[in-house]
Design a binder for this molecule. Structure first.
Ligand SMILES: [Zn+2]
Length: 152
């Protein structure tokens, strides 16, 4: 596998709905995840979704406040707080662009981790924000699509 790099807008892969992952434990999936973590570390980003490295698969990585990296495979947001807050967001596929976007403050997420374990988590603050942004990527939704909903 050639070394992955971050794909920038308007590459059409960013608009594709990514496909569900089934090959848990495969060498290919493991390599994809570890390369995504490396890219996110070196870019000093907060989150990265597989379509952003040219793989239309439902996996994303989010940096936690303790600088660990949370791997979310086939993530589903199962609940969102009614309360929304605006936060300035950036995206590795849009270098240098930041927009204030209003999204639910806290969420519940169901996903599978890198070890194949089913997880249910609650997230709030920055982590909730990153996960929502990355799950959007898996559906071909980009943060520029949400700019119009900002700040009420
Ligand atoms: Zn992004």
């Amino acid at each position: 596998m050639a070394k992955l790099k971050v794909i920038e807008y308007p590459n059409p892969i960013l608009r594709k709905k990514a496909s569900k992952i089934k090959d848990f434990g495969s060498a290919e999936l493991g390599k994809l995840i570890s390369e995504m973590v490396e890219i996110l570390k070196s870019a000093e980003g907060l989150g990265l979704a597989a379509p952003q490295v040219g793989k239309s698969r439902r996996v994303c990585v989010a940096r936690e406040e303790n600088n660990n990296f949370m791997v979310l495979i086939n993530p589903v947001i199962t609940a969102s707080s009614r309360k929304k807050i605006p936060i300035s967001e950036g995206c590795l596929s849009f270098p240098g662009k930041f927009y204030s976007i209003s999204r639910p403050e806290s969420i519940k997420v169901r996903h599978i981790d890198e070890k194949g374990k089913k997880c249910k988590i609650k997230a709030s603050g920055l982590l909730a924000r990153v996960i929502q942004h990355e799950v959007d990527h898996l559906d071909g939704i980009l943060f520029i699509d949400r700019v119009k909903n900002k700040a009420n």
